[in-house]
Design a protein around this ligand. Structure first.
Ligand SMILES: [Zn+2]
Length: 207
């Protein structure tokens, strides 16, 4: 498979300039991403509730409250265990896409505020970067979202919380996706992703 020139470049080609640096360790970026994360979590919970409420009957607040309490007592450990496995699987999925498309060495890690996976030694083209950024978001929307339609009330609460944690945990990925979709649309755009930070490079305009 022809990967260089299609999915990545081993070195930054001449005629490129840095257009944007996103650093998850930078305080302002961190605050912004966390606000986005909270908003996303609330949005998913609101949608899940709208989805769950009819199964209780809209007036049945007590039955819902009872199930929530039961969940708190009986299922919190499940939630915690699945969340830890999810965080690992999320990063592995970024890595899998990078690995398949570039064949390059990955960097994994965790800091106090972010878990990450990147390919620090190379420059990945826009489509490769987008594929890696979007893979966990799309896959886990299905993994946590689809069962909501089929499971009983306690599992529905579990999957709603997982979905909310997942979508809000993707805030950093989605921010990068938004930039690549809306602002840096040139297919020759390159990204150097070392994990916690991403540098976006665009070809210099010819005068
Ligand atoms: Zn991610």
């Amino acid at each position: 498979m022809q990967r260089v020139g299609r999915y990545f470049e081993p070195e930054l080609p001449s005629g490129y300039r840095v257009a944007k640096v996103i650093d998850a360790k930078d305080k302002r970026t961190l605050v912004m991403l966390n606000v986005v994360a909270v908003v996303l979590a609330l949005l998913v919970l609101a949608v899940s509730y709208a989805f769950l409420a009819p199964t209780y009957g809209w007036g049945e607040k007590d039955a819902f409250a009872r199930d929530l309490a039961t969940f708190g007592e009986a299922r919190m450990l499940d939630l915690f265990v699945v969340l830890v496995c999810y965080m690992v699987a999320h990063e592995l999925l970024h890595g899998l896409v990078y690995k398949v498309l570039t064949g390059h060495k990955l960097a994994f890690g965790v800091t106090l505020t972010v878990a990450f996976c990147g390919v620090p030694d190379i420059y990945t083209y826009r489509r490769c970067t987008l594929a890696s950024l979007l893979a966990p978001f799309l896959v886990f929307n299905l993994v946590f979202g689809v069962p909501l339609a089929f499971v009983g009330p306690l599992d529905a609460i579990l999957f709603s919380l997982l979905l909310a944690a997942h979508v809000s945990g993707c805030s950093g990925d989605l921010y990068d996706v938004g930039l690549l979709f809306l602002r840096y649309t040139n297919p020759r755009t390159l990204v150097n992703d070392d994990g916690p930070s991403q540098r976006i490079y665009v070809p210099e305009e010819r005068a």
